[in-house]
Design a protein. Structure first.
Length: 108
């Protein structure tokens, strides 16, 4: 049973790392601020969930697991809120999303 738990934990940790890497790559490759925020916020949230759950499985039933659960709840509440606040501030400051043509190229 311990081996199965370790394997599942490492699968979650690896998947979380892949999601975080893809989010970083998306933040670099996307054309404007809004698509970068979208790519980074989605993958950041799912990546942190997978990594923290993987670490919780490694920690077992302990006080560390409870602390990790509290961190996970905090991240789930603050990450989307911060992304929304950043997008609202960018929109208020006048940064508009790029308009795309039907073929995916910039209209500007």
């Amino acid at each position: 049973m311990s081996l199965l738990l370790d394997v599942f934990s490492w699968v979650l940790l690896s998947l979380g790392g892949v999601f975080v890497f893809i989010g970083g790559l998306g933040a670099v490759r996307m054309p404007d601020l809004y698509t970068r925020m979208h790519a980074a916020s989605l993958t950041d949230t799912i990546g942190s969930i997978l990594i923290i759950v993987g670490v919780m499985l490694q920690a077992g039933a302990s006080l560390a697991t409870l602390k990790l659960l509290m961190i996970l709840i905090f991240l789930l509440l603050t990450s989307p809120t911060a992304t929304n606040a950043l997008a609202s501030a960018a929109l208020i400051s006048g940064t508009l999303p790029k308009k795309a043509t039907p073929y995916g190229k910039d209209a500007s």
